[in-house]
Design a protein around this ligand. Structure first.
Ligand code: KG4
Ligand code: ZN
Length: 381
């Protein structure tokens, strides 16, 4: 449909410079430049290195996306950008670029939430999200169960990790096994040849008195590290494939169990899984089996759309435009701890561009001040 919003999205919250272009729910371009190789030898993302890499990759990646989509920048209906959460310096590069392009082109700017984008991206794969949507969001920095009655305006956290994120656990276990960084994809590969029942690793927070929707992966990570250490101390070879499979089974068992319980408790008939860990093959197959048994419809985007990318930001931006949400102001801050309850950072009406309404909602005004405060802290402390 020609009147569906054409939006370019920029993602720089971590180590991927992503630029995506969508028209409504249709993906036109998904250009990515990753600095992951530069971080590998440090065993984790180095913020300064990531920021510098974003700066170098930004303009070429935007140009590549426009070429791929065969659209002209002047045809865009808006520019969306990840305003947070993420690494402060890395976010700042994306936010600055988005402002520069939006200002120069005279287009509205939409600062959006990285976590809501991980959910909204599924519209590019499976069409409009049901409302409400139950989402299991599992990435390197977050593990949460979210109930989203409206992905552009109303996202409610039911529970989250009390220590490590699921992806972080994959990365840490991979480190102990000397498998390099990031750990998720490598463990996924080794696990395919291992026995998931070889070692009984603990399932955190699954007791009858535990918070039903919270997660804990720190105990599991320690249990795996101890098990490996004991093997090494005994001079025995570590069965990498069995450890990978058994660890992965413990993570995916807890994630799917809690997600399905949340669907049942809330009376929601479908489950969306997003974030980098949603690329995990065992999580996908286990969720498929268990959702089928429970009569729940499962929605998981293809792996490339699960890990960080610009298309997800464009997808949420397009939804903002379609629903006539307020655009952001030119002083939109990069907010490293933007709460999941704020899918986007609306301005107070001072921005340019056509297709947006002005927000005089007091709650929005308050949260906006709060965002300013946080960003000042991040930038100057
Ligand atoms: O969403 P994402 O790309 O970045 C963040 O927002 O954090 O997620 C990255 C995380 C990393 O911890 C990585 O190890 C994990 O997703 N990951 C996986 C797989 N692919 C990426 N974890 C398990 N299995 C995978 N196949
Ligand atoms: Zn992410």
């Amino acid at each position: 449909m020609a009147d569906e919003p054409l939006v370019l999205g920029i993602e720089t919250s971590c180590d991927e410079t992503g630029v995506g272009i969508v028209r409504g729910h249709t993906l036109l371009a998904d250009a990515i430049a990753s600095s992951v190789d530069e971080h590998a030898r440090f065993g984790g993302v180095v913020p300064e290195v990531a920021s510098r890499a974003h700066l170098e990759a930004m303009v070429p990646t935007i140009e590549r996306a426009l070429r791929e989509a065969r659209v002209s920048a002047s045809d865009l209906d808006g520019i969306a950008v990840t305003a947070g959460p993420g690494l402060a310096g890395a976010l700042l590069v994306g936010v600055s670029a988005a402002k520069a392009y939006a200002y120069a082109l005279g287009k509205p700017l939409y600062g959006v939430n990285h976590l809501a984008s991980h959910i909204c991206v599924d519209q590019l794969e499976h069409g409009a999200l049901p409302e409400p949507t139950m989402a299991l969001l599992v990435s390197g920095g977050h593990s949460s169960l979210l109930l989203a009655p409206d992905i552009t305006a109303d996202v409610r956290p039911l529970g989250s990790t009390i220590d490590d994120a699921a992806g972080e656990a994959f990365d840490k276990v991979a480190r102990v096994l000397n498998l390099g960084f990031p750990g998720g994809p490598v463990i996924d590969r080794y696990a395919r040849e291992g026995d998931p029942a070889a070692i009984a690793f603990p399932r955190g927070l699954t007791g009858p008195r535990d918070a039903p929707y919270d997660f804990s992966f720190s105990g599991l990570k320690t249990a795996v590290a101890r098990w490996i250490e004991a093997k090494r101390n005994a001079g025995e070879e570590v069965p990498v494939r069995d450890v990978s499979a058994s660890f992965q089974e413990a993570v995916t068992d807890v994630l799917t169990r809690k997600a399905i319980r949340a669907c049942k408790d809330e009376g929601v008939g479908h489950l969306m899984i997003g974030g980098g860990v949603a690329a995990n093959s065992r999580l996908r197959s286990m969720a498929e089996e268990r959702c089928a048994d429970a009569g729940i419809t499962l929605r998981v985007p293809r792996p490339k759309l699960c890990t960080d990318n610009g298309a997800m930001v464009a997808a949420l931006g397009a939804e903002m435009v379609a629903r006539r949400r307020a655009a952001s102001d030119w002083d939109l801050p990069a907010d490293s701890s933007l709460p999941v309850t704020e899918p986007h950072v609306p301005g107070n009406g001072a921005s340019v561009g056509g297709r947006h309404e002005h927000s005089h909602d007091h709650a929005h005004d308050r949260s906006h001040d709060h965002v300013h405060e946080l960003s000042r802290k991040n930038l100057y402390s």
